[in-house]
Ligand binder design. Structure first.
Ligand code: SF4
Length: 302
């Protein structure tokens, strides 16, 4: 089946910094993919490119199999919506909930009625703000952080997109409401068949929400697979190190923090890799069977 959203050979450079350095990624219909990695690994640049906010230096984005046409970005953004981390910053303090949620449809010249009747109230209900009428006249300061994030999500849903790209959607929320927002994203997948790419530094979040996981390190996807494959049987040393640090069985990764302006030769993870061999400093491993590591190939051959 053609993926809903794809990145193919994607590169994004800011001067000398290669923030995204050759990424292939796909999100299929009705699937939630978690894109995980340390801050600065390029995952937010990749997310922005996927919604058309950043134009790649090389490679392409495809939606429903067709390359993204940058002359028709507005139409594209109806289908692929971005949700950011900080709902307080995303909402205008002087705008009511009704105005905030109606903004997207207004900009896109859409009628007040969508597939399920009134766009604003049905989007609020889908985002879990029920009854929606109770929220229409409220201002952001009258809402909790979790409710604000639901309003932001309702604003995206009002356009009836097929994919949402959520960049750290719960990172700024209290632990008590994080689960509710993740449950909401799962519900959108289950009830509306929506697809989502959820960007996070937190492997625990991937476990709770994702069907598949893509692990990013210094501009590349170094491991990808189902949640069980990646989080229970990780093969890439970086994924293993992240998991060990997250479970408290090892200290966080040592070595210099990765710098996209100085990507090491060979395997980009080799300066910090506990499993490196002599060839790791000179040969850049391609992604094979979902993993970019010489060692995995050798393990599979032996
Ligand atoms: Fe480590 Fe070498 Fe594998 Fe890179 S290729 S992750 S340095 S073992």
């Amino acid at each position: 089946m053609t993926p809903v959203l794809e990145a193919r050979g994607l590169e994004i450079a800011y001067g000398r910094a290669r923030a995204v350095d050759g990424v292939d990624l796909e999100v299929r219909q009705g699937e939630i993919v978690a894109l995980v990695g340390e801050s600065g690994c390029g995952k937010s640049s990749l997310a922005r490119a996927l919604v058309g906010l950043v134009r790649p230096t090389r490679g392409e984005i495809r939606y429903q199999g067709a390359p993204l046409d940058y002359r028709r970005l507005k139409e594209y953004r109806r289908h692929v919506q971005l949700i950011l981390q900080d709902p307080g910053g995303a909402l205008n303090p002087r705008q009511t909930v009704r105005a905030a949620v109606a903004e997207g449809p207004r900009l896109h010249g859409l009628k007040g009625d969508g597939v399920n009747g009134d766009r604003v109230t049905s989007a609020l209900a889908k985002a879990g703000l029920r009854p929606p009428e109770d929220y229409l006249r409220r201002y952001p300061h009258e809402l909790s952080g979790g409710q604000q994030q639901r309003v932001v999500i309702a604003g995206a849903l009002a356009l009836e997109p097929s994919v949402i790209v959520a960049d750290e959607p719960v990172a700024s929320l209290d632990a008590s409401v994080r689960g509710e927002i993740l449950k909401l994203i799962l519900g959108l997948r289950d009830e509306l068949g929506m697809s989502a790419l959820v960007v996070s530094h937190d492997l625990g979040l991937a476990w709770n929400i994702a069907d598949r996981v893509a692990v990013m390190y210094l501009g590349r996807i170094v491991e990808t697979g189902t949640v069980e494959e990646v989080l229970i049987r990780p093969r890439h040393p970086y994924t293993r190190a992240m998991l060990a640090a997250a479970s408290g069985t090892a200290t966080p990764l040592q070595g210099e923090p990765p710098d996209p302006a100085r990507i090491p030769a060979g395997c980009r993870f080799h300066p910090r890799c506990a499993s490196r061999t002599d060839e790791c400093g000179s040969i850049d491993p391609p992604v094979r069977a979902g993993v970019a590591c010489h060692l995995t190939v050798l393990e599979e051959i032996s």
